[in-house]
Ligand binder design. Sequence first.
Ligand code: HEC
Length: 187
Amino acid sequence: MNKSIRPFAFLSFALLAVTAVYAIDMTKAYEMPDSSKIVKDDLIPGATEYTMPKDCKLDDLESIARGKYMFHNLNSKNDKKENLPKGMKTPKGGEVKAYGNCVACHNIEGAVGGGTVGPPLTNYKANFIDTKVRDAQFVYQKIADPRVDMKTTAMTINLTSKMFDEREVCDITAYVLQVKQEKKTKK
Ligand code: HEC
């Protein structure tokens, strides 16, 4: 071998060797989780029927306040723990969970930027409960898993998806059923 290329040959060999060693170790350098298991874990189970728990306190003012908070909560990122209604769960680390956001799709008394994807829920009690078109169980089920009576609904699935727990669904049900005053807008 030509003497002048010897150092280069040696260097390339050394580099190759180092690369090979690292290439072997790379398999351990990052996790290789079973992706099919992850996809399966992420799938929401099919339409599930629920019975409204007996301890759902639909007249409880604290429950209604929590329901209201969740219903109108568009973006909780800037919300402070101090502003949460009594009894509201606060996640660890101080950040408030992005709750509810029903207002994105439904209009209701006092809504700011109420959406129109879902039907308006204004005067719900007078329009639907007092007329016996709906009952509390229907509303609870609709919030928990809206697919039961409408397979192709655009509404979010809240209990089957574990986005909310039973008590939170009770709180929101209580708020939807509450008789509310339409806020007078200032002129
Ligand atoms: C992505 C849009 C969307 C979001 C978010 C949403 N909904 Fe709905 N909702 C709908 C649509 C569409 C319907 C009509 C179809 C149906 O009944 O499933 C509906 C129907 C309903 C009904 C039934 C009205 C009736 O008497 O027929 C209730 C009650 C309701 N939503 C409450 C809520 C509450 C409470 C939340 C928040 C936890 C919420 N929705 C979030 C879209 C949405």
